[in-house]
Design a binder for this molecule. Sequence first.
Ligand SMILES: Cc1cc2nc3c(=O)[nH]c(=O)nc-3n(C[C@H](O)[C@H](O)[C@H](O)COP(=O)(O)O)c2cc1C
Length: 179
Amino acid sequence: MNNVPKHILAISGSTRADSSNAQLLRIMAALAGDRWNMTFYNQLDQLPHFNPDLNRGNVPEQVSVLRAAIEAADGVIICTPEYVFSLPGSLKNLLEWLVSTTLLTDKPTALVTASASGEKAHDALQLVVGTLQARFTPATTLLISGVRGKLAPDGHLTDVPTEMALAQLVDAFTVLLSR
Ligand SMILES: Cc1cc2nc3c(=O)[nH]c(=O)nc-3n(C[C@H](O)[C@H](O)[C@H](O)COP(=O)(O)O)c2cc1C
């Protein structure tokens, strides 16, 4: 049973078509090989703004889709840039839709912040996702500063230490997924 690929839901905090964060998620999927089966959540820009009034009874369809995708996943990877010294609003909005649920409780999670600098967003990401009681360790978190300078136009990583750090995160997350 250990050889069954783990189903990973990948969430990019950037809605940009040419996002470096989305590219890093593809690189992680390649590094994991047949250990993971990755699904990309690609509806971040279609989620309605969180409103507690909409969070009673039948929630909006896009929220149901998000919640079902998280529930079906063995683990979740969030890879995000920093916007104005914090999380991008659209990612924070997604996380707000999870506050009243237990969907992330004990869910194996990897948290990558890839940005120009990114320290504050990385702290915020760990604070918010930790508040939602997701399961992550220092080995399944990674801050990649100066990300755009570390990716070639064709999308491959040009920075060997970053590639090694991502490979280590993939290994650590695979271990966390099997615990
Ligand atoms: C509105 C906006 C605000 C930004 N603010 C920050 C910031 O506070 N800190 C930072 O490190 N980078 C900041 N950046 C730069 C992003 O880190 C950079 O554009 C990154 O590559 C975006 O990720 P993506 O390539 O996945 O879209 C900002 C970019 C935008 C568009």
